[in-house]
Design a binder for this molecule. Structure first.
Ligand SMILES: *Cc1c(COP(=O)(O)O)cnc(C)c1O
Length: 410
């Protein structure tokens, strides 16, 4: 098979699309005014920022003044969580509810707040990575300041029951924030209908550039500043606006939301083709829920395979894949998300995430399936662990139980 180059790590970041780049370009060398300046060059930049705000608002079903531009998804998460904690903590509300599969932008923020005297409830997910609205309802207390639950998981693609959780939070009068960085542009979002109070998003996951994000804050929800300075973003998020990036984000979110049903159908078909093809490999398992899943996400574990080696060999075949979150790869700790599903360490270590874009073709999918099959076979031929697993010699009890589960499924 002729070697291809296939970028299948769109959950880590995406290429800036031609359409987005084209929209941005004038704002570097022609329309470079400062949006705060009084003359036309500045006013034009201001108009571009406001146009983009309207586009982001339209994509989420809110009004433009409810959108604040930030530097990234991480900043949006920090702002929503820390500022709410600061404000409500002073009123004695020092309890936060989240899950054990959040992105580190949320988990590490919660860990920081725990050191500041907050109590954090980490709702455990089920074996497919889901929490329920009932779990949230049961965890809410008098002193709960905030519920923060991701819309869709970056590693296993699981889409949480956000509307149900939003309803529970609204009924109980507790603020609800969602990290929707992976969901925006991939699933239809309506912050009003879904009772979402705050929502984080990021540009570089939807074909805009790195270093631009936004936070939706429902009108009437007070959110103290994280940083102080000039009057930009109505004084809430000061600093001269990154006009080209903001313009790019508006264009990217518009493009991503133009035909979500059509895109979902096309991408889901290819995703399922890859999942079915790869699962033909003996001793493999799909992580996450098959249906409640982002269209482009594939996450599969292989018994007796070491994940890093798998990724390196796929790279030699021109395939960019990931073992989980880009932030933790390089470290030897297995993914906290896969461990939260109940996977033994050994299995979590042998995992691969592919996140495909709408550009992927059927031929690409065939190439991926064939390459993964070859690479897994090659690694197993080199590994004594695989021999031990199939001959039943492998030691830990949890792994043995898991192996028999996987075997009984196939
Ligand atoms: C990528 C990602 C983030 C961080 O966004 P940045 O813009 O890279 O800071 C946060 N949450 C999730 C779920 C992500 O996938």
């Amino acid at each position: 098979m002729e070697k291809r180059f296939i970028y299948a790590d769109n959950a880590a970041t995406t290429a800036v699309s031609e359409r987005v780049l084209k929209a941005m370009l004038p704002y570097f060398t022609e329309q470079y005014g400062n949006p705060s300046s009084i003359y036309k060059l500045g006013r034009d930049a201001q108009r571009a920022v406001e146009d983009s705000r309207e586009k982001v608002a339209a994509a989420l079903g809110c009004t433009p003044p409810e959108i604040y531009f930030t530097s990234c998804g991480t900043e949006s998460d920090n702002w929503a969580i820390r500022s709410t904690a600061l404000r409500l903590g002073e009123k004695g509300k020092k309890h936060i509810i989240t899950t054990n599969v959040e992105h580190h932008a949320v988990l590490h923020t919660c860990e920081y707040l725990a050191k500041q005297g907050f109590e954090i409830t980490y709702l455990p997910v089920d074996s497919e990575g889901l929490v329920t609205a009932e779990q949230v309802a049961d965890a809410i207390r008098e002193d709960t300041a905030l519920v923060t639950i991701m819309y869709a998981n970056n590693e296993i693609g699981t889409v949480m029951p956000i509307a149900e959780i939003g309803k529970v939070c609204r009924e109980k009068g507790v603020l609800f924030h969602t990290d929707a960085v992976q969901a925006v542009g991939n699933v239809p979002i309506d912050v009003k209908a879904q009772n979402i109070d705050m929502l984080s998003l990021s540009g570089h996951k939807i074909h805009a550039q790195k270093g631009i994000g936004a936070l939706y804050v429902r009108k009437g929800v007070p959110l103290p500043n994280l940083t102080f300075g000039g009057g930009q973003e109505r004084g809430k998020r000061p600093g001269t606006e990154n006009v080209p990036a903001i313009v790019g984000l508006g264009e990217a979110i518009t493009a991503a939301c133009e035909d979500i049903p059509g895109k979902t159908e096309r991408v889901t078909r290819l995703r399922n083709k890859i999942i079915d093809g790869v699962l033909e490999i003996e001793g493999s398992r799909l992580n996450g829920n098959r249906e409640k899943r982002l269209p482009g996400n594939i996450n599969i574990s292989f018994l007796g395979v070491e994940g890093e080696s798998l990724l390196l060999l796929l790279d030699t075949k021109g395939i960019c894949a990931s073992s989980g979150s880009a932030c933790t790869s390089g470290s030897l700790d297995p993914s906290h998300v896969l461990l939260a599903l109940g996977l033994p360490h050994e299995v979590a270590h042998g995992s691969m995430r592919l996140s495909i874009s709408a550009e992927l073709t059927d031929d690409d999918a065939d190439y991926i399936i064939a390459a993964v099959k070859q690479v897994v076979e090659r690694l197993r031929n080199m590994s004594p662990m695989w021999e031990d697993i199939i001959s039943g010699k492998e030691h830990t009890e949890k792994l043995l139980k898991f192996v028999s589960e996987i075997k009984s499924k196939s």
